[in-house]
Design a binder for this molecule. Sequence first.
Ligand SMILES: N[C@@H](CCC(=O)N[C@@H](CS)C(=O)NCC(=O)O)C(=O)O
Length: 213
Amino acid sequence: MKLYSYFRSSAAYRVRIALNLKGIEAEQEPVHLLRPEPLPAYRQAHNPQGLVPAIETGEDGLIPQSIAIIEYVEERFPQPALLPKGLAERAYVRAAALLIACDIHPLANLRVLRYLKRELGQEQPAIDTWYRHWVEDGLGRLEAYVTAQGRSGRFLFGDGPTMADCCLVPQLFNARRLECDLAGMPTLVAIDARCQELEAFRKAHPSVQPDAE
Ligand SMILES: N[C@@H](CCC(=O)N[C@@H](CS)C(=O)NCC(=O)O)C(=O)O
């Protein structure tokens, strides 16, 4: 398998963690997101959505979208499982993952921030305020959800990592990079620290990727 990735992409970071947890060795093909190339060529030749990550699976073709990729590897390589067994528990894990992937990330990703700057003429301090507002708002909702559900343990669900942790760690990495206030999220911060103890998470960190700058 080949993973189209960018070291700092949090969506690609999710997939790198999931692949590592599964013990899947994927060749990485970096797609630099800040240079004029190779994004247009990548879009033309491989992924019409024009975003990273995407995975070239061979027999099942190219799959874009981090959550679709994680669900694909979960179904193709069920062990170790990234989703719990019970129906309600699986829904809980998916709800936590999707809160990050659907409610937080799209408001704070590169093209949205660029649009605020270029098309709407916003200055960097206003853009940073936007970023912090939506990330802190979303993570606050996740903290409240996880606490209310009472299903977390060492990880977001119980004592083993799931798809939800694959999403949490990259989002917290980005939140810290942009100096978000995480004081109101002690559960998430503690779980993130436990994830960092695992090799699968450490190997997926942006700083150790082949295209890290
Ligand atoms: N929902 C997508 C989001 C993918 C996405 O926005 N990726 C970003 C990097 S984190 C990207 O490729 N940005 C390029 C751009 O915005 O032009 C997923 O989960 O894979």
